[in-house]
Design a protein around this ligand. Structure first.
Ligand code: XMP
Length: 322
């Protein structure tokens, strides 16, 4: 890998912001750029850097891929409206679900179901229509490192694995936060004046809830993991953990409900302590709290009869399931 990391300890946030906004201005010239905001700290920082660099010549989209959490598109657009940044919500859910249909292999899901639809179809269309030649995106140091190491193909990494976006998709990709790991990105977010909901937001994967559905991703299965996710996020918010999530399993298990056999679904809960997502250990959540969480999931998520808590560490586990 050729990119030099800027560790948190040697990061000068003001200098970094000045350098990156200048680089964006130079790259875009008097043209236009576009970017996708997912609401995570990475894409939020990139949105603000781009906004500072070229103002209205950066057009920011929230791509509603149908696999985000409940109410997320409107919530994120609302936060940025308060910061004076207009975010256009684009409903592309039909395209993503069509591409994800029938795919069960994790890498294929990421590549064909998410990456290709996102960059080749949805984004190529936006870029063509807008006349922009540059896409700004929030790839960070860990994304590249893990993709290069073959841990997982992060859906937003190209050049480092030999894909030329100009050739493949028709536009250049600029990645201002490439030298930074998450704690450094958060420091830049604070320096940019982003609100706490954004600067301290737990990470969420690019492939969204599709990273938390084992097996085929369908609108119905996403609806189930979305409900479980909401409960997990409400119940574990106070743990101070790095990240917490719900996973929908593919296997069904026998349960009993109302005295009758109920062959049902399984939800796995994960809650992680981690500094940088490279290594992680399960959070020591009090058992009573886990029990309360399980009670809510089986009561509120249709068809769930089993809830498990992951107690393995990363490695060899990963934070997400897919
Ligand atoms: P894993 O599952 O690889 O996750 O242990 C490490 C961290 O990265 C997040 N993650 C992603 N973030 N695009 C992203 O922007 C992705 O494709 C992706 N996959 C995983 C994950 O939530 C965790 O914080």
């Amino acid at each position: 890998m050729h990119i030099a990391e800027i560790p948190l300890a040697s990061l000068n946030t003001e200098a970094f912001i000045a350098e990156q906004t200048k680089a964006i201005r130079n790259l875009v010239g008097d043209g236009k750029a576009v970017n996708a905001l997912s609401g995570g700290v990475d894409s939020a920082v990139v949105t603000m850097l781009g906004h500072l660099a070229i103002g209205d010549r950066l057009k920011t989209y929230f791509i509603d891929n149908g696999i985000m959490r409940e109410g997320e598109p409107q919530q994120i657009a609302g936060w940025f409206a308060k910061l004076g940044v207009k975010v256009e919500i684009l409903d592309a859910s039909g395209k993503f679900f069509a591409a994800l249909k029938g795919i069960t292999d994790p890498e294929e899901k990421r590549e064909k179901g998410i990456t290709h639809v996102f960059y080749k179809d949805v984004f190529a269309g936006i870029v063509r229509a807008s006349g922009a030649k540059v896409l700004l995106q929030g790839t960070n140091y860990t994304d590249v490192e893990e993709t290069a190491a073959g841990v997982k193909r992060q859906h937003n990494v190209f050049e480092q694995i030999g894909i030329d976006p100009v050739e493949a998709f028709g536009y250049r990709v600029a990645e201002p936060i490439l030298p930074l790991r998450k704690p450094a990105v958060r420091a830049v977010a604070r320096a940019l004046g982003l609100p706490k909901e954004i600067s301290e937001r737990p990470p969420f994967p690019g492939p969204a809830l599709a990273a938390r559905v084992i097996g085929e991703v369908t609108p119905e299965r996403i609806a189930i993991v979305r409900r479980a996710t909401k409960i997990v996020e409400e119940e574990l918010a106070g743990t101070g953990a790095f990240q917490y999530l719900a996973i929908l399993h593919e296997d069904m298990v026998t349960g009993v409900r109302g005295g009758k056999r109920d062959f049902g679904r399984q939800i796995e809960v994960r809650c992680w302590d981690s500094a940088d997502a490279v290594t992680a250990t399960p959070t020591d959540v009090p058992f009573a709290r886990l029990r309360a969480l399980a009670d809510r999931i089986v009561a509120e998520v249709p068809g769930v009869v089993s809830v498990t808590y992951n107690i393995a560490s990363k490695p060899p586990s990963c934070i997400e399931a897919v």
